[in-house]
Design a protein around this ligand. Structure first.
Ligand code: OGA
Ligand code: NI
Length: 343
């Protein structure tokens, strides 16, 4: 990928100045990234439904993350969406600066993640993020940038495919929990909050001093992430160790986020992950999030509660969850712990 054109929208110089440098204890130690484990790859074009359900549900229970192949989304479309989003990040910075904001209520925004460090203040992450809503069937083009000109058409087509894919995943995951096919989708509720978050990580002179995206759990319900081929950066925790999620050609990375962990009463895991930067190459990732709306009440599904499996979380509205998320902004996020019940 051509990388020379990228500049931060907020005009922060693209050099590893002290405001990007993490204190030693918060830095990624890349030599300790474990290379002999990986998340499972699952072939979605498996006509043995019981086998597919069991593979998905084992992956959700053990790893919280898996890759899917033969998922039905045309490869050429995934490549076009990555290309147009890359083009967006390579526009002159003033084109993206119009979307810069720190206002949480803005649904379309460009921003930079940071970590709050005692005695040092905000340390910036080495990346820029663009977020906006999407919808599988309704027209959401008014949320999308006019530039690059193909962005709207490509994203609309992509959203339709990802919507169908998410329905399929939610159905398989519900069956894996022994529930009706439409159970998770129904519990996540009407008018889900669905948004995307394109992350652009320019090459970094020293990836060990900073981080692309600090360790976090996704707070939504379900995530389908597309990453460019040939550049790794996403890492997840497996058995207490950081493990790289190497890009698999024409695959999506799927992960359980907090709301499905709660709905499944802790059976499916929302796992800690992070993105590290790359020394030579820029990297783009495009997670598509599916979350409840603010008024939806989330809690462990009753069929999954019994004497042996008491509720692990209390019921709450998604708004409460979001408030806690913003309260913890810049800290190491432990949102789900705030809703856990002790037994
Ligand atoms: C995220 C995320 C990982 C990546 O945006 O929530 O985890 O690879 N991104 O950029
Ligand atoms: Ni994430």
């Amino acid at each position: 990928m051509e990388t020379t054109r990228f500049q931060f929208a907020n005009n922060t110089p693209l050099s590893l100045s002290p405001n990007f440098i993490l204190p030693e204890e918060n830095r990624p130690i890349l030599s300790e990234v474990f290379s002999s484990a990986s998340i499972p790859s699952i072939d979605l074009n498996n006509h043995d439904i019981d086998d597919l359900v069991s593979k998905i549900s084992q992956a959700c229970e053990k790893f919280g993350f898996f890759q899917i192949i033969n998922h039905g989304v045309p490869k050429e479309l995934s490549q076009r969406v990555l290309a147009v989003v890359t083009e967006f990040f390579q526009l002159p910075p003033e084109e993206r600066a119009q979307f810069l904001t720190t206002d949480h209520s803005k649904r379309v925004k460009v921003f930079n993640y940071y970590q709050k460090v005692e005695g040092q203040g905000k340390v910036l992450m080495w990346g820029e993020t663009f977020t906006h809503p999407w919808h599988p069937t309704e027209d959401f083009t008014h949320f999308l940038p006019k530039n690059p000109p193909q962005y709207r058409a490509i994203f609309t087509e992509y959203a339709r495919e990802i919507g169908a894919l998410m329905d399929k995943l939610l159905s398989l995951m519900s069956q894996g929990l022994g529930l009706e096919k439409d159970c998770l989708k129904r519990k996540i509720g009407e008018r889900p909050a669905i948004y995307t978050q394109a992350n652009y990580y320019p090459p970094c002179p020293d990836p060990e001093l900073t981080m692309g995206l600090q360790a976090h759990n996704d707070i939504s319900a379900l995530v389908v992430l597309l990453q460019m081929e040939g550049v790794s950066g996403l890492q997840v925790v497996i058995d207490g160790k950081w493990v790289a999620v190497e890009p698999v050609p024409d695959a999506f990375v799927v992960n359980i986020a907090d709301q499905i962990e709660v709905l499944s009463n802790g059976r499916y895991k929302s796992v800690l992950h992070r993105a590290v930067s790359n020394k030579r190459l820029a990297r783009l990732s495009l997670p598509m999030f599916y979350a409840p709306n603010n008024d939806t009440v989330i809690g462990p599904i009753e069929d999954l509660i019994d004497e042996v499996h008491p509720p692990m979380y209390r019921n709450y509205s998604y708004k409460e969850y979001m408030d806690e998320f913003y309260r913890q902004e810049g800290a190491r996020r432990r949102v789900k712990e705030a809703f856990q019940l002790q037994h």
